[in-house]
Design a protein around this ligand. Structure first.
Ligand code: LLP
Length: 425
């Protein structure tokens, strides 16, 4: 789905704008590289999702891992979003952004006891348990505190999500969840342990799925499991179907949210469970871009390179997953301008620091601004300060105003984070 991107980022009088703000003005004020998010796109995306499920008993728990900026989370929280978190850091972010604890689910394959305690302290809706040792640990933590944790067990349905291998999670060789065939035994164990109340089945088969069939295959595998568990006396009344719906980066055909909703209804509606969904990318991916400036255009003997001031440490998706992101000039090129292939790279000292190979672009030169599109999800959250580069700042636009929602650290601040041991001082 487009999440309203076309309205959120568009050329006005030949200049790319985020809503009513010229990106050139943001570059001037904040410097580049920086991420720019559009409130309107976040809102359109969330509402589209919520409306598709308006008639169902469905809780939308935004997967914070896609974009953990407090301002982004709060924008979604104000629209009614819950949260899917995978660490104490994300839990605290969700709470700080104003998401009520009873709309927070805690996923993740390696929750520590300290994280379990933090979740129980906060009184969250549910923890999704992914292994037998985790079940035992949570039982000890909860019962030791005189509490009972509402849990779902994440099952691994062994379904091919037909997406990039690094973001597939539902095959039996993946580290996630408990093999669906072992789930009845795990639930029986959970029911026997103190401090646990097994109430749900959870799954998540991968990210950036562009077909509904793998979702359906996985969801349909859960139905007989829930029936068997109920027959065994375990009162399952919740399903957590994870996230994973993809967005359009290039030319992917993405199923409309309404079709996804109809499929969910059709596959599991008969169970009468309260359903939780954990969308991440689909809510924020196309609501953000990475704004960068060309430092040099380099004419090699064999290739031409556009060297940007953004790099793999700011947006790692192309390096890590061979992901395609659209790259467009901030100043609109005149109709009929000829394009030519060029490699778009960053300044980091790795050949993998490449945003695009042989991308057809209009003539661009040092000083020109470009926008790397569809960077609202898994962009800033995956950034690092590799090569001594300051962590990339983030900006939120709302109509004709914008605010820096995470400033760029100064080099002094970065230096001040390190400590010299006494013997080197
Ligand atoms: N729930 C669970 C348990 C997950 O593991 C994930 C994503 C989500 C929900 C949200 O999935 P989404 O709706 O965003 O697809 N860094 C990768 C994506 C990793 C996704 C990991 N899990 C990328 O840049 O493509």
């Amino acid at each position: 789905m487009s999440t309203g991107t076309s309205e959120a980022f568009s050329y006005r009088s030949g200049e790319l704008h985020a809503e009513a703000v010229a990106l050139a003005a943001i570059a001037e004020a904040v410097g580049t590289p920086c991420y720019v998010y559009a409130r309107a796109a976040l809102e359109v995306g969330y509402r589209a999702f919520a409306e598709a499920f308006a008639d169902d008993d469905v809780g939308l728990c935004y997967a914070l891992k896609a974009n953990g900026n407090l301002a982004v989370i709060r924008t979604l929280a104000r629209l009614g979003a819950g949260a899917d978190v995978v660490s104490e850091g994300e839990l605290r972010r969700a709470l700080a952004a104003g998401i009520p604890p009873d709309r927070i689910v805690f996923s993740g394959v390696g929750k520590t006891r300290a994280e379990m305690a933090a979740a129980l302290d906060a009184g969250i809706h549910q923890l999704n348990v992914e292994s037998l040792p985790e079940l035992e640990a949570l039982s000890e933590v909860a019962s030791g505190r005189g509490q009972t944790a509402a849990i779902a067990i994440r099952v691994n349905p062994d379904v091919d999500a037909r997406t990039h291998a690094k973001i597939s999670t539902g095959r039996k060789e993946n580290k996630f969840g408990i093999d669906i065939d072992h789930a009845p035994a795990a639930f029986a164990r959970a029911a026997a342990l103190p401090g646990l109340r097994p109430v749900g089945v959870a799954l998540h088969i991968g990210s950036q799925l562009t077909q509904l069939a793998p979702f359906r295959a996985a969801f349909e595998r859960v139905v007989p499991l829930v029936e068997a568990l109920r027959a065994a006396g375990i009162a399952i009344d919740r399903l957590d179907l994870g996230g994973g719906l993809g967005i359009r980066y290039r030319d992917e055909t993405v199923p409309p949210i309404a079709d996804y909703a109809a499929m969910v209804r059709d596959a599991v509606g008969g169970l009468g469970c309260k359903v939780t969904l954990e969308p991440g990318r689909v809510l924020v991916g196309n609501a953000g871009l990475l704004l960068a400036r060309v430092i040099y255009r380099k004419e090699g003997a064999h290739r031409r390179f556009l060297i940007l001031d953004a790099a793999m440490n700011d947006l790692i998706r192309p390096s890590l997953y061979e992901a395609h992101h659209g790259i467009i000039p901030v100043r609109e090129s005149a109709p009929g301008t000829r394009t030519a292939p060029i490699d778009v790279v960053g300044p980091v000292c790795e050949s993998g620091d490449t945003f695009a190979l042989q991308r057809l672009l209009p003539p661009l030169d040092a000083g020109d601004l470009v926008a790397i599109q569809s960077a609202g999800a898994y962009g800033a959250v995956m950034a690092s300060s590799y090569n001594g580069r300051p962590l990339v700042p983030e900006v939120l636009v709302d109509g004709d105003r914008f605010a820096v929602v995470r400033p760029r650290p100064t080099i002094e601040e970065m230096l001040a984070q390190d400590r010299l041991p006494p013997w080197l001082a």
